[in-house]
Design a protein around this ligand. Structure first.
Ligand SMILES: Cc1cc2nc3c(=O)[nH]c(=O)nc-3n(C[C@H](O)[C@H](O)[C@H](O)COP(=O)(O)OP(=O)(O)OC[C@H]3O[C@@H](n4cnc5c(N)ncnc54)[C@H](O)[C@@H]3O)c2cc1C
Length: 398
C-alpha cells in the first residue's frame, strides 16, 4: 500500500495533484512493472524502451522538466512524489534505470543545456523515445570523480572522444549518454565538461554487460570510445564546468536513492509484520516474540525519522537552497537503514526469506549497491564533515 507521505516537511503540504500523481504511478507500477519483475530478472535486461514509452505517456518522465520540452514543468516536490512512488517497485534495477532517465542523466541538461541541445536530447528522453545513461565512472575513477581519464579533444567544430567508462546503468540500451570527460589540461575540478553523446556515433562500443549480485533486471555495462566525433554544440553549458554540473546533478541521484530506500524499507517491514504474524512457532507466532516486535518497532521508528529528514531536504531544495549536505545525509542514512532492515527481515522470515521468489531476498541482494553507487557511504561522510567546517569550494565536493 502506498500513498505519499502525510508527514512531509514543515512547510510542504501534499496537494490533490500530489496525491493524484502518486495514485496514478501506483496503478502503473502494480499493472505494468511489478508483475514482470521475476521474468525480467531471469531474462535481463528489462525492456527499457517499452517501459519508458508507457511511463512517458502518463507524463512521468518529465515531472520537473520544462514544458517547452514536453515536461510537466512542476517543482521538485512533484518529482519527489514520483521518486517516493518508485520505491514501490520491487526491483532496484528497474527503479534505478527509470531514475537514471529522470534524475541522473538529465538534470544538468535541463538546467544548463542550450535550447537546441534540449530539443535534440531532452525532449525525446521525456517522451520516452530515447533511453539515457549517465557515464561518469571509469575503471580507474569512481569515488574520485576528478581522476577520470576520458578525453574530448577539439578538432575544428568537433570534439574527438577517447577513453572508457564502466558500471554504466542502461549502458547497453542507451540511445545517448550524458558523458563526463576532460576537455582541458587545467586543474582537475575545472577541466571537465558534460557532453551529450549519441550511442550510434562511429567509434562508440559497448563492452561487457556486467553480471551483478543483484539488480538483475538492469543492464550495467562497460563503454568504449575510440575517436568518437561529436559536434562541440553537444556540450552541456560552459566548457570546464562539467565537474561542478555533475556534483549538482548527483544531488538528485542521492535523493532518488533515499526515496527508493524509504519505500522499500517501509514495504519490507510491513511484509515482515504480516508474515511473522501468521508463522507459527513454539505454540505462538514469530511476531508474538517480544524481541521480534521490538526490533521491527525500532526499524519503523528509524524509517519515520528518515522520512522527516528526506522531506525537510525536499523543502529546502524547492525553496532554492543548496541541498548538498542534507542530501548526503539522506543517502547515507537511507542506504544504511536498507542494509540493516533487510538483514533483519530476512532473519525473521527464516528459510522462506532466503528463497528467490520473495521480495525479502531480492531486496537483500539489490540493496548492497546503494551504499557504493552514487557516492559511497564514506564519500557522503566526507561531504558532511567538510560542510560541518563550512567548506563549499570545489575541492570539498568529492
Ligand atoms: C550497480 C551499479 C550501478 C552503477 N551505475 C553507474 C552509472 O550509471 N554511472 C556511473 O557513472 N557509475 C555507476 N556506478 C559506479 C559507482 O558510481 C561507483 O562504483 C562508485 O562511485 C564507487 O566508485 P568505485 O567503485 O570506483 O570505488 P572506489 O572509488 O575504488 O572506492 C572503494 C571504496 O573505498 C571507500 N572510500 C571511498 N572514498 C573514501 C574516503 N574518502 N574515505 C574512506 N573510504 C573511502 C568506499 O568504501 C568505497 O566503496 C554504478 C555502480 C554499481 C555497483
Amino acid at each position: 500500500m502506498i500513498g505519499i507521505s502525510e508527514t512531509q516537511g514543515p512547510d510542504m503540504k501534499p496537494t490533490p495533484e500530489h496525491h493524484e500523481m502518486s495514485r496514478g504511478l501506483q496503478r502503473f507500477i502494480d499493472d505494468e512493472i511489478n508483475p514482470h519483475i521475476l521474468t525480467w530478472a531471469d531474462n535481463p535486461p528489462f525492456p527499457a524502451h517499452e517501459v519508458f514509452k508507457k511511463l512517458a505517456g502518463l507524463g512521468y518522465l518529465g515531472v520537473d522538466k520544462p514544458e517547452a520540452y514536453g515536461g510537466l514543468g512542476l517543482d521538485f516536490s512533484y518529482a519527489a512524489v514520483f521518486l517516493e512512488a518508485l520505491g514501490q517497485i520491487h526491483c532496484a534495477g528497474v527503479a534505478t534505470a527509470i531514475a537514471v532517465q529522470t534524475q541522473m542523466a538529465t538534470p544538468a541538461l535541463a538546467k544548463f543545456g542550450s535550447d537546441e541541445l534540449c530539443r535534440e536530447f531532452l525532449a525525446p528522453t521525456i517522451s520516452g523515445d530515447r533511453v539515457a545513461a549517465i557515464a561518469v565512472s571509469e575503471p580507474g575513477a569512481g569515488s574520485d570523480v576528478s581522476a577520470i581519464r576520458t578525453t574530448a579533444r577539439k578538432d575544428g567544430d568537433d570534439y574527438i572522444i577517447n577513453g572508457s567508462k564502466t558500471w554504466i546503468t542502461n549502458g547497453a540500451q542507451a540511445d545517448w549518454l550524458c558523458l563526463l570527460v576532460n576537455t582541458g589540461d587545467g586543474p582537475v575540478h575545472r577541466n571537465k565538461s558534460l557532453i551529450c553523446v549519441p550511442t550510434d556515433t562511429p567509434g562508440f562500443s559497448v563492452g561487457r554487460v556486467l553480471r551483478k549480485i543483484g539488480m538483475h533486471a538492469s543492464d550495467t555495462a562497460e563503454l568504449y570510445f575510440e575517436d568518437v566525433r561529436v559536434p562541440q554544440r553537444y556540450r552541456i553549458g560552459a566548457e570546464g564546468q562539467g565537474f561542478t554540473y555533475q556534483m549538482d546533478q548527483f544531488q538528485e541521484e542521492r535523493m532518488y536513492l533515499a526515496f527508493y530506500a524509504l519505500g522499500q524499507v517501509h514495504a519490507s517491514i510491513a511484509e515482515t509484520v504480516e508474515y511473522t504474524a501468521q508463522r507459527k512457532i513454539f505454540g505462538s507466532t514469530v511476531w508474538e516474540q517480544q524481541a521480534v516486535q521490538y526490533r521491527l518497532a525500532e526499524l519503523q521508528t528509524e524509517t519515520e525519522a528518515l522520512r522527516a529528514l528526506i522531506w525537510k531536504t525536499v523543502d529546502q531544495y524547492v525553496e532554492g537552497h543548496d541541498m548538498t549536505m542534507l542530501a548526503s545525509m539522506c543517502k547515507l542514512k537511507a542506504t544504511r537503514l536498507m542494509r540493516e532492515t533487510y538483514d533483519t527481515c530476512m532473519q525473521f522470515w527464516g528459510g522462506m526469506g532466503y528463497m528467490e521468489e520473495t521480495n525479502v531476498a531480492r531486496r537483500f541482494r539489490d540493496s548492497r549497491a546503494a551504499s557504493i553507487g552514487g557516492g559511497a557511504d564514506e564519500v557522503m561522510l566526507s561531504i558532511i564533515a567538510k560542510r560541518m567546517r563550512g567548506a563549499t569550494d570545489l575541492a570539498a565536493r568529492p
